[in-house]
Design a protein around this ligand. Structure first.
Ligand SMILES: Nc1nc2c(ncn2[C@@H]2O[C@H](COP(=O)(O)OP(=O)(O)OP(=O)(O)O)[C@@H](O)[C@H]2O)c(=O)[nH]1
Ligand SMILES: [Mg+2]
Length: 341
């Protein structure tokens, strides 16, 4: 910018907040400001969105690690050990954030409290920032809110961001796609291993963790996972980054998150994957894909919103009525609606 030219200060948001001041505080490392911003983002406030816009240019530095898997496989316990190891490893991660996306399923009703208690052990460490996100609280969709929270943490200077999600629905798979490194956590005796494979969860794994390796049945589970991996390899699926010359070999790491066994090895594997991504050019590809997914989601939402706003004359209701009476197929109805836009 030529001297003498000053960027106009960002005005106050319509809701009365000061996005510029908030963004400045977050970049300066002010943790209460960061916590406030994350709430504003989750509530989709103007101040939050505008502060995020200011912060965006500061993001793009963090390594994002997704930890997903069925309820109760030990994700939170693993994250707890993992965070501690990464913080004290060589090189130590100076600033690390943990985002726990709370499951909304009634089966895991106790998990929210459980997470808080388990992760409290980390809470005394000033280098660690922990945030829980309630699935139901996110107004604009969980995947969107999670992406935005990650961007804010990234801009706030966290080098590693660990995101725990329950691998269940599409939203969770979307969130997993938001990560650079995706860890899928399995445990023995949690029902059908084939189920997990069907759900395509193995296809998103960069690292497979067999947790609860202390339990009986761990050997069987490991064999089943290895078979699924080999099968995926022979059909060309399930190998992340298979675009490059030397694809990343997805390995199974056995852990016991209650005593921390194997977690050191998992930390090493994460760092190895990080180096692989950087050296192979895959990191750039994933980062682009991540941003594209975010753009696509926002564009879809915006177009849908605009469309709905222009349907005040009840055409949408009318179309539904026609579909309900089997006079039009849903596709025909959409074609008619689009033709009228
Ligand atoms: N035996 C054994 N138990 C474990 C291990 N890891 C976790 N657990 C126990 O399994 C239960 C669930 O652990 P969590 O860490 O809450 O699992 P989670 O995957 O985060 O659960 P949700 O967030 O509800 O999906 C807890 O009672 C843990 O103590 C392990 O390696 N071995
Ligand atoms: Mg958990």
């Amino acid at each position: 910018m030529p001297s003498g030219m000053q960027r106009a200060p960002m005005p106050l948001a319509a809701d009365g907040g000061n996005p510029q001041a908030l963004a400045d505080s977050v970049v300066a490392g002010n943790r209460p400001a960061l916590a406030r911003l994350l709430t504003l983002i989750e509530n989709q406030t103007q101040t939050g969105q505008q502060a995020l816009a200011v912060l965006f240019s500061h993001s793009g530095q963090a390594h994002i690690v997704g930890i997903t898997g069925a309820p109760g496989t030990g994700k939170s316990s693993l994250v707890n050990h993992l965070a501690t190891i990464l913080r004290h490893g060589k090189p130590a991660v100076g600033h690390l954030a943990v985002v726990a996306v709370d499951p909304s399923s009634p089966f895991s009703g106790g998990a929210i409290l459980g997470d808080r208690i388990r992760m409290r052990e980390l809470a005394g460490d000033p280098g660690v920032f922990i945030r829980s996100m309630a699935s139901r609280g996110a107004l604009g969709g969980l995947a969107e809110a999670t992406s935005e929270v990650i961007t804010a943490l990234d801009a706030a200077g966290f080098q590693q961001i660990l995101v725990e999600t329950v691998g269940a629905g599409q939203a969770e798979v979307d969130i997993a796609h938001a990560a650079h490194t995706t860890i899928v956590v399995e445990a023995p005796g949690l029902g059908d291993d084939v189920q997990a494979i069907k759900a395509g969860i193995l296809e998103i794994a960069d690292i497979l963790v067999l947790n609860k390796a202390d339990l009986p049945g761990a050997d069987n589970a490991r064999r089943a996972l290895q078979m699924a991996l080999d099968l995926g390899r022979s059909t060309g699926a399930g190998v992340a980054g298979s675009t490059g010359k030397s694809p990343w070999p997805v390995r199974i790491i056995e852990t016991c998150a209650t005593n921390g066994e194997g977690v050191e090895q998992l930390a090493e594997e994460i760092l190895a994957h990080q180096s692989y991504l950087r050296d192979s050019g895959e990191l750039e590809r994933r980062e682009r894909a991540r941003l594209q997914a975010q753009l696509d989601r926002l564009l879809q939402a915006a177009l849908h919103r605009r469309f709905i706003e222009h349907q005040a004359d009840g055409r949408l209701d009318e179309a539904l009525e026609q579909v309900w009476r089997r006079k039009l197929s849903p596709r025909q109805a959409v074609e008619q609606l689009m033709a009228a836009v």
